[in-house]
Design a protein around this ligand. Structure first.
Ligand code: VG1
Ligand code: CO
Length: 541
């Protein structure tokens, strides 16, 4: 027995954000930093004795070392088994699936998701619970509380485990089971979608470009799209996960997936383009000459999901995060099923999915998913789109045109002001928050305000209440603007301004132009540019 106990002291700031704990990689690499956080997780969940966990990550810098530390700590905390993806790799949705498939007690996902990786960039760790989903707030609060009163950590002195070989090995009495990271996930996708129809689609000359952004979906997309669906080699690009993502910012949006956008808007564009993020839970979808906003993508997928075998029985409900456009609500209404509005972050969908109230969920931040796992799932969304394209025999642009003609169009955009001084971000949100109660009935930029509040969510399943989830201003015509601060950044404060305007005709306007009145209203109400001195947002999606 080589398990040892080492004394430690609490480290400040180990508070999980929207999606796990994210810090600069060098912060995580400080001796004892990761160890403290992992011990806080074990302490918060009642210890590790006799339990089984899943472990994997997106392959970013420090992931391999972190995996060894987590394994040794699981062993010393008494765990019975840890199921690890080969080379410590697992996409976030694949990890969620494994947690559920194997009936485990939870899992550790080593990723900072869409944040860049490398020694000078970001690292992160997320704990998911037995349902496969991100720890709910009660658990993340308990982890933070435990991190504040640590006095010791438990860690084995055993040698590192070779994680490149499949099979089982012993680590101080704990079984380390190394599994193929792709196999179970690929089988799940095959059970949900009409792979025969997708194969014929590619056999018929349908052309696609999937940009894995040198991140975790490369092996998954290559196996599913090129090997199983027989799309030609080269369909999946940037397919090898690299520790620094090849210097790319693995965030699938028109700014960071620019090469894909240029190709899809160019003269020789393929029929369909897609990209995903560092840990594989986000997706961006682009048709030939047409970008699909994530909010629209959620609505279109919800309206057409029944065309895929896994959803042929229809949907139980649709859930979206509050800042996501209300396009999906119109689909829910037409289908006669409930629509739910939750705070930002996938953890809030877990109870609705577990209770069978919602089947499909989505966020404006390029996240879509369903009850097949308890995370958003980038490749799943791409395969559902492919299934819809195959079943309808139409191009993306035609499908979008039909959708808007039927439901109207929710023009939508998000403006991000990144790395603001924290005091500026606070001053902006304080200014708007201070006005909220006096706004209804008044006019700004020529539009009348119907309601304004600081969004709070009461979970309909367990009754828990989450407050301060974003400032929203809703106008009498249904247009909305939302201001909230990011909970995933590692530098200063990132302020997000979400803009939405509904139109029942005129679907070809420039998005930023269509939203101009909202942009003016936001500045008049919150003074973002005035207070920050910035001339405009850093990223527009
Ligand atoms: C952002 C997105 C949110 C998403 C979260 C995690 O959070 O806005 O919708 O769930 O990232 O996504 P924030 O707090 O920065 O706005 V990922 O792909 O990082 O797991
Ligand atoms: Co992600």
């Amino acid at each position: 027995m080589t398990a040892t106990t080492r004394p430690t002291k609490p480290i400040e700031g180990q508070k999980p954000g929207t999606s796990g704990l994210r810090k600069k990689t060098r912060v995580f690499m400080q001796p004892g930093y990761l160890e403290n956080f992992v011990q806080a997780i074990f302490d918060a969940i009642g210890g590790g004795a006799g339990k089984t966990f899943v472990l994997g990550g997106d392959g970013r810098f420090f992931g391999a070392e972190a995996a060894q530390i987590i394994l040794k700590m699981a062993a010393a905390n008494g765990a019975a088994r840890v199921i690890v993806g080969r080379d410590a790799l697992l996409s976030t949705p694949a990890a969620s699936h494994l947690i559920r498939l194997r009936g485990t007690d939870g899992g550790f996902i080593m990723s900072a998701s869409h944040n860049p990786g490398g020694p000078d960039e970001d690292f992160g760790l997320k704990f998911n619970t037995t349902n496969g989903g991100p720890a709910p707030e009660a658990v993340t609060d308990a982890i933070f509380a435990a991190s504040g009163k640590l006095s010791q950590i438990h860690i084995s002195d055993a040698a590192d485990i070779d994680l490149s070989r499949l099979g089982e090995v012993d680590l101080d009495g704990m079984v380390v089971e190394v599994v193929d990271p792709v196999a179970d996930y690929a089988a799940l996708m095959e059970s949900l979608f009409d792979f025969a129809a997708l194969k014929s689609l590619f056999a018929g000359g349908f052309r696609m470009r999937y940009d894995a952004m040198n991140a975790i979906t490369g092996p998954y997309a290559t196996e599913i799209i090129q090997n199983r669906l027989e799309a030609p080699a080269g369909t999946v690009v940037n397919a090898t996960p690299l520790p620094d993502f090849g210097g790319l910012h693995p965030d699938p949006n028109p700014t960071w997936a620019k090469a894909l956008m240029d190709e899809m808007m160019g003269p020789d564009a393929p029929d369909f383009g897609a990209a995903s993020d560092g840990d594989g839970d986000r997706n961006m979808v682009v048709g030939r000459g047409i970008y699909v906003s994530p909010s629209d993508s959620l609505a279109v997928l919800a309206a057409n999901a029944h065309l895929a075998p896994g959803y042929s029985a229809g949907l139980k409900g649709i859930a979206r995060s509050m800042p996501t456009s209300t396009a999906a609500d119109r689909v829910a209404e037409a289908l006669g099923i409930p629509a739910y509005e939750t705070p930002t972050g996938w953890k809030f969908f877990g109870n609705l999915l577990d209770a069978g109230r919602a089947t499909i969920c989505g966020e404006e931040s390029f996240g879509t998913g369903s009850d097949h796992v308890r995370e958003k799932d980038g490749l799943w969304a791409v395969l559902l789109w492919l299934n819809v394209l195959a079943a309808r025999g139409q191009a993306v642009a035609e499908i979008m045109g039909d959708h808007w003609a039927k439901f109207g169009r929710n023009y939508y955009s998000r403006h991000d002001y990144e790395a603001l001084p924290v005091a500026d971000a606070q001053a902006i949100t304080d200014r708007l928050r201070g006005k909220l109660s006096s706004l209804p009935g008044t006019k700004v930029a020529g539009m009348e305000i119907a309601m304004a509040d600081d969004f709070a969510y009461a979970d309909p399943v367990d009754g828990s209440v989450s407050s301060n989830q974003g400032l929203r201003v809703v106008f009498t015509d249904g247009s909305r603007l939302v201001v909230r601060l990011s909970g995933t950044g590692t530098e200063g404060a990132t302020l997000r301004l979400y803009l939405e305007r509904y139109a029942d005709r005129g679907f070809d306007q420039d998005v930023q132009q269509a939203l101009d009145p909202l942009i003016q209203a936001a500045e008049a109400l919150a003074g973002i540019r005035e207070i920050s001195g910035r001339t405009g947002p850093d990223v527009i999606t």
